[in-house]
Write a protein that binds this ligand. Sequence first.
Ligand code: ADP
Ligand code: MG
Length: 284
Amino acid sequence: MIQADELKFTYPGNAEPTLKGLNFCISPGEIFGFLGPSGAGKSTTQNILIGLLKNYSGSVKVMGKELVNISGRFYENIGVAFEFPNLYNKFTALENLNFFRSLYSEATAEPSKLLAMVGLEKELHTRVSAFSKGMKMRLNFCRAFLNHPQVVFLDEPTAGLDPANAKRIKNIIFEQKKAGVTVFLTTHDMHVAEDLCDRVAFIVDGQLRLIDSPRELKLKYGRKMVRIEYRQNGKIQRIEYDLENLAANKNFFHIIQSGQIETMHTLEANLDDIFIQTTGRDLI
Ligand code: ADP
Ligand code: MG
């Protein structure tokens, strides 16, 4: 659905390239996460993929079309949520969506339904100037789905949202995937990547360091151990066992049967740790 080969990009006036030869391929119906620290080149990549930045080198195709050759028709089939909401402040939420809707020639989604999906059903007639940053983010997110797109590009869709609304956004992305939509998602939030993405690409300084599924990464970089915290003589004790042959481990069963267990966790790595381990960089 999306394919990049040796994708390079330099902003006019910059000495250094921002993207230094990216290679990736995204299948239909996949949620593909671009995970990397601020300044890594995530938004630049998204802006190339939606045809906004044109002077790239290498090849990049969306739905089989090289992006330098796209026509207006391309925008009928994709949805975009930019990192910074671009909305009309003097218009209400509904007026904004109705305006963006008018740009499409084919059937569009019902704005009130989209607004209800992100919890803005009571704000249909509120001017965007009265919206908080998070409300603008959610309205901006709705905009990406107006035209029933086959592919959506979401730049930091949960940035600045409270946990309840972030969860709501995550659920919607997941529902879209189930309906067959391909999702290109950029984020520096490893929880979002971990919860949602079929595969993640780690990007640092305009280069991809690794592409894999969060599950594979966690298994590969984690320790195959279980850590148990239990209470003994009023004190918390901690012990770790190998997962291998756990069923035959008498000590493990002894602890389990003691009835004093407080916590029990397997020690797979989280994406944050793996990111630091493989790139030497923090995700911030
Ligand atoms: P991210 O989205 O991963 O935080 P960006 O793609 O926004 O990163 O930026 C990557 C790099 O490109 C940064 O070093 C930034 O300074 C540079 N950059 C971004 N936008 C522009 C621009 N319009 N002109 C010049 N340089 C830019
Ligand atoms: Mg960005």
